[in-house]
Design a binder for this molecule. Structure first.
Ligand SMILES: [Zn+2]
Ligand SMILES: [Zn+2]
Length: 269
């Protein structure tokens, strides 16, 4: 009888152990599922919130303000005005005529330029471009920051007149971005990769010609925006109006280059 009770007791204990283990297993699965779902929910929430641009973002203590595309007050102001802009499509022959008349003899190689540039600057045949109040140089990969003095004067005047246009409609100053300046035959050749023998003649080789980007203008804080934030490309309208006026005054030749998204400008007399 006792023996029988003992066996009964043992099997009861075994059964309850089995039951507890099963419960623990279930609980651990439940906790795992809850944890997994919480993680998914958090990831989803973060991704959802990051889709919003919160009107403006300020970084650090200095006031660096970026606006989402379409939400920039300066660009909005520009789109409410009428801008008198010509087609700005002077062809390469016209640019070359002016470049060859007003510029230097092209440098054959980059080494050639590097060996002689100091003497050109010393004799005031070329001037070095530096960042200033109205423009900044982009990273120049196929060109050097030098222009004949008349072209530097032209660029300075474009900058001043562009700034005046902005101030006239209560917009603060912005930097224009210079994307290409003086090229050697070698660097020009590097741009036309397909045919290395035939160097396309470019006005950039004469130190008379520079490119101003029209897809980005830089606010005075000098910081580039992240993807999705305004690059102030609407400022191409006041700049286009300045170039139209100066082109009509016979001061320059201009073409709007779609591929490079820039105004290609050659000094004229
Ligand atoms: Zn803008
Ligand atoms: Zn150009």
């Amino acid at each position: 009888m006792d023996n029988c009770r003992f066996v009964y007791h043992l099997s009861l204990q075994k059964y309850s152990n089995f039951f507890i283990m099963r419960r623990a297993k279930r609980l651990s699965i439940l906790f795992f599922v809850i944890g997994f779902c919480t993680c998914l929910f958090l990831i989803g929430t973060v991704r959802f919130l990051s889709k919003f641009h919160w009107g403006k973002i300020t970084e650090c203590s200095e006031k660096v303000v970026f606006f989402p595309v379409g939400n920039c007050p300066d660009c909005r102001t520009i789109t409410t005005k009428y801008w008198n802009i010509a087609k700005l499509n002077d062809n390469n022959t016209i640019h070359l005529e002016n470049a060859q008349r007003m510029g230097i003899q092209p440098f054959q190689t980059n080494q050639d330029l590097e060996n002689n540039i100091e003497s050109f600057v010393f004799r005031s045949k070329l001037k070095k471009l530096k960042d200033c109040d109205t423009y900044k140089l982009k990273e120049l990969t196929h060109s050097y920051p030098y222009l004949v003095p008349k072209a530097v004067d032209l660029l300075d005047e474009i900058g001043d007149r562009f700034e005046e246009k902005l101030h006239a409609i209560n917009i603060p100053s912005y930097y224009m971005l210079i994307s290409s300046v003086l090229r050697t035959k070698e660097s020009q050749n590097g741009l036309g990769k397909r045919n290395t023998n035939a160097v396309a003649l470019s006005a950039h080789m004469y130190g008379t010609t520079f490119d101003i980007s029209y897809k980005e203008f830089l606010p005075l804080h000098g910081k580039h925006p992240r993807e999705g934030f305004c690059r102030h490309d609407m400022l191409r309208h006041p700049l286009g109006e300045v170039l139209t006026e100066m082109s009509n005054e016979g001061r320059c030749k201009v073409v709007r280059e779609k591929k490079q998204a820039c105004f290609h400008i050659t000094v004229a007399n």
